[in-house]
Design a binder for this molecule. Structure first.
Ligand code: AMP
Length: 436
């Protein structure tokens, strides 16, 4: 019988990898709480219409990448991103009527039927956040600065921030016309996809990876030439704040992003880790001042971002954390097995991470197990120790082994491990390893 395999583009995260995931998640939760964000959890499945309205009909995500299905009389979709669901929840619970501004963060799986490759999956995890009710640009700059700090905590090399302004709806409409006017006589030079986009969503042509499209738009007009006074003042404000914070960034007048809902501030953050390859975009974000009204709510300005967790892991320079447990209890023989279990329980009650080698087996194989686990202390318990009420305490770091009563062994293990963790704690926390 052939073995069943996971769905293509949907990956397992095995226990060997989970430590890295949890460290990023903990660093993220800490960053968010330091900045006054609170966590929100919304369902993985939403009505399909939500994404069509929020993300936009003529986007790659909605046109090609959604996992949609009909269940009884409902059209449903596995969420391809987190903003639409957060906006829906914000409106459904009338949060705007309860507080003038809300800062929410989320993390969880997203689903897009894309062609899987390194850094691009069909199920992936995003860490994201939204600020509702603040028109910016101060919170826009703070959000970008916060993300640069977070990526620094994860030791992501070569962080590059790109910013642009898409203006408001009037600027967008004028720019759309200018772009169509510029590209129509050049339509034959465009890829087939972009020829179609010229009629449906011309801005997306700027985002195309096709060399023909990139050549055709090289000298096209840019959005910044067409910003109206209010949009320009907003963008200047963002840049001034970033300059004063000393947050490095580059204006990229051609930056547009795959989702249709953005207005004014738009940004992308890239990393330069070799492992990232072409998938160097770690974070994408921007303002969506019109979306809540388009979803039937009041006009509430908003900005948000999402970072791909798998990409952060590929782009991070942190070594994977080790150490599954601190202590292994090694019973030698049947008679010692129950006593070993109770010693394990005592150690855990004192806060010591501990595994009892319930397989038994030879001392050699149990010591090998201690090494694999990264345990520093081993409690060895054979028949003669059991009879005398003592154990052997082996300290793999100090390379000592002593025979002592069980009570004394517990004390010594606690003292040594606590002292070791205090000396680690007294050092400045390694970035990304701060306690949440
Ligand atoms: P987006 O929601 O498209 O703006 O993407 C925001 C971030 O999510 C990207 O910068 C990536 O880090 C991550 N991301 C988007 N799509 C995928 C995918 N298919 N696989 C892995 N990460 C993704």
């Amino acid at each position: 019988m052939t073995l069943l395999r996971a769905v293509k583009g949907m990956n397992d995260v095995l226990p060997d990898e989970i430590g890295s995931w949890q460290r990023v998640e903990a660093a993220y939760a800490r960053t968010m709480s330091l900045h006054g964000f609170r966590e929100v959890r919304t369902p993985c499945v939403e009505p399909t219409g939500l994404f069509v309205r929020a993300i936009g009909e003529a986007t790659d995500v909605v046109e090609k990448e959604m996992y949609s299905f009909r269940h009884h009389d409902e059209d449903l979709t596995l969420r391809p991103e987190g903003t639409a669901g957060a906006a829906r929840a914000y409106l459904e619970h009338a949060v705007h009527a309860k507080e003038p501004t809300s800062r929410w963060w989320y993390s969880g799986p997203m689903f897009r039927a894309e062609r899987p490759q390194r850094g691009r999956y069909r199920q992936f995890s995003q860490l994201g956040a939204e600020i509702f009710g603040d028109p910016g640009p101060g919170c826009d700059a703070e959000m970008i600065d916060m993300l640069v700090g977070f990526l620094g905590d994860l030791r992501v090399p070569g962080v590059e921030v790109l910013v642009n302004s898409l203006g408001g709806p009037a600027t967008r409409a004028r720019y759309r016309d200018a772009l169509v006017q510029y590209l129509t006589p050049r339509a034959a030079e465009l890829s087939a996809e972009s020829q179609r986009r010229l009629a449906t969503n011309p801005l997306r042509i700027l985002d195309s990876k096709d060399a023909r499209d990139q050549a055709a738009v090289r000298d096209a007009p840019t959005m910044s030439e067409l910003l109206d006074d209010a949009d320009r003042a907003h963008f200047d404000g963002l840049r001034r704040h970033l300059d004063e914070l000393g947050t490095p960034y580059r204006v990229d007048a051609r930056l547009v992003r795959g989702l249709d809902y953005y207005t004014r501030t738009l940004f992308e953050i890239k990393g330069a880790h070799d492992a990232l390859g072409a998938g160097s975009t770690l974070v994408g974000g921007g303002r969506y001042d019109l979306m809540l009204a388009e979803l039937g709510g009041p006009q509430v300005p908003a900005i948000g971002f999402a970072a791909g967790l798998e990409r952060l892991l590929l782009g991070s320079g942190l070594a994977p954390p080790g150490h599954a447990v601190d202590t292994l209890v090694a019973p030698l023989g049947e008679a010692a097995a129950s006593r070993a279990l109770s010693i394990g329980r005592e150690l855990r009650r004192k806060g010591i991470r501990c595994e009892v080698d319930t397989r038994g087996g030879s001392l050699k194989s149990q010591l090998r197990r201690a090494n694999t686990l990264g345990a520093r202390m081993v409690v060895i318990l054979g028949d003669s120790e059991l009879a005398e009420g003592v154990v052997q305490v082996k300290d793999l770091e100090a390379r000592t082994q002593d025979r002592m009563p069980i009570e004394q062994a517990l004390r010594i293990i606690v003292d040594r491990l606590m002292a070791a963790s205090r000396s680690v704690d007294s050092r400045p926390p390694a970035p990304g390893q701060e306690k949440p």
